[in-house]
Design a protein around this ligand. Structure first.
Ligand code: NOJ
Length: 454
């Protein structure tokens, strides 16, 4: 079999997020986050699971870094819990929260593992949510103040920052699911996503002016390449709609300092929403250094009748109720389509002037039921990752500036509304005993890292 090798400076890693692994939800002065509220409300998370303990990483981070070392992981992407640093979201700083991340970052560096920090992975301080959360424009300053504290405290050692993880999810999806915030409000979702972009730009500005500004800073978007299900004119129109709302609405502001005209027209018409000229200037004056992409699957939109071509909800409903007969699906119900990673990378490269890109997440939820000699035989995960790595390699060969790749996830963890039912880890978690063990994919991934290829 042909061997493939990645560029010498390619950054391999694994990713996690604070609420999904840390536990210690109310310890050492941490404030409550919206995910504490959501998971503590009856009937929202599968099996009534909560992140109260999760992987107990807060107390076991040294053990986890030792496991990363065993895995020979060059980089580790994790997020900082805003309510550990500012229990009320703003104002008073909690020193014990800072100490936890000082300890983690030092432990990583002592083991030659590059820390890659996400500043916000969905766990908003509840106190800020009570004040309107991302809907309230004042959050632009609340977030920038929080980011400044992170730069001042950790900037001497952290050289890779991302402001946000998956705005599409924590703005529009949370605001329209009816589950997260007990209401459906599309207008608020759009407004929130614009505030996120402004907070991102202001944070970049703060980073450039901060004492330790010799690293790079970006944003992570969840993107999916869109293929019309059939070649009919209407399905192609539906594909453009999906791409505009799920991809371009997020890509354009951070890479072109603009928004898709079609969406702006819709927002003005339906909700009387307009973007201020000064906000475009803010976005334009503060470009980021790299784009993080979380990629898991693709979209295959289709419509039942021509009047659905602009109806995102109808198209999404169609897609979710129809499986692609020729494809395999993960435990999450996501179609496996590695070629979509290649197509997505080339498209972003071509349409957005060759940005530097990192795959900040890619991975697969598997059943993980085949265990031999204590090792989960997750050949399906290995195949998934291997096929996606090959697609990434092919994109690099076409000139895409892809600089690194982070597998989701280091270890099984709290998968949001699915609780612990979904397992994405390279390491198996026994949640009763808190014992972690390497799956077959972890050994395989170590080999990829050692060879810098497959
Ligand atoms: C995206 C999110 O960033 C992460 O938190 C989640 O667990 C994975 N995808 C898998 O769904």
């Amino acid at each position: 079999m042909k061997q493939i090798r990645f560029p010498a400076d390619f950054l391999w890693g694994a990713a996690t997020a604070s609420y999904q692994i840390e536990g210690a939800w109310d310890e050492d002065g941490k404030g409550e986050s919206i995910w504490d509220t959501i998971s503590h409300s009856k009937g929202k998370v599968a099996n009534g699971d909560t992140g109260d303990v999760a992987c107990d990483h807060y107390h076991r981070y040294k053990e986890d870094v030792a496991l990363m070392k065993q895995l020979e992981l060059p980089a580790y992407r994790f997020s900082i819990a805003w309510p550990r640093i500012f229990p009320e979201g703003r104002g008073r700083i909690n020193k014990q929260g800072l100490d936890f991340y000082h300890g983690l970052i030092d432990e990583l560096l002592a083991n030659s593992i590059e820390p890659v920090v996400t500043m916000y992975h969905w766990d908003l301080p509840s106190a800020l949510q009570k004040d309107g959360g991302w809907e309230n424009r004042r959050i632009i300053d609340w977030f920038t103040d929080y980011a400044q504290v992170l730069f001042d405290n950790f900037g001497d050692r952290v050289k890779y920052w991302t402001t946000f993880n998956e705005p599409a999810v924590f703005t529009l999806r949370f605001y329209t699911s009816g589950v997260h915030f007990d209401r459906k409000d599309r207008r608020a979702g759009f407004l929130a996503s614009h505030h996120v972009n402004c907070a991102h730009a202001k944070t970049i500005q703060a980073y450039r002016q901060s004492k330790f500004n010799n690293g790079s800073i970006g944003m992570t978007l969840n993107l999916g390449h869109v293929y019309p299900k059939t070649n009919s004119e209407h399905d192609r129109a539906a594909a453009r709609t999906v791409d505009t709302v799920l991809n371009r609405w997020y890509l354009d502001p951070v890479l072109k300092a603009s928004y898709p005209e079609e969406v702006l027209d819709y927002l003005a018409r339906e909700y009387d929403l307009k973007i201020a000229a000064a906000d475009y200037t803010l976005l334009k004056d503060n470009p980021m250094d790299f784009l993080g992409i979380n990629m898991y699957s693709c979209f295959r939109p289709f419509v039942n009748s021509p009047d659905e071509v602009n109806n995102v909800e109808a198209i999404m409903r169609n897609m979710s109720s129809c499986r692609n007969e020729n494809a395999q699906y993960t435990e999450k119900g996501w179609e496996i389509c590695p070629e979509a990673l290649y197509d997505l990378l080339l498209r972003v490269d071509g349409d957005y002037n060759h940005p530097v890109i990192y795959i900040t997440e890619n991975g697969m939820a598997c059943k993980d039921t085949d265990v031999r000699d204590g090792v989960v035989q997750d050949d399906d995960r290995i195949r998934y990752l291997s096929d996606h790595f090959k697609a990434a390699h092919a994109a690099i060969a076409q000139g895409v500036k892809l600089k690194g790749y982070f597998v989701w996830s280091l270890l099984d963890n709290f998968e949001w509304l699915d609780g612990y039912a979904m397992r994405f880890g390279l390491l198996r978690m026994n949640y009763k005993t808190q014992v972690r063990s390497f799956k077959k994919s972890a050994f395989w991934y170590r080999d990829v890292i050692q060879k810098n290829g497959i």
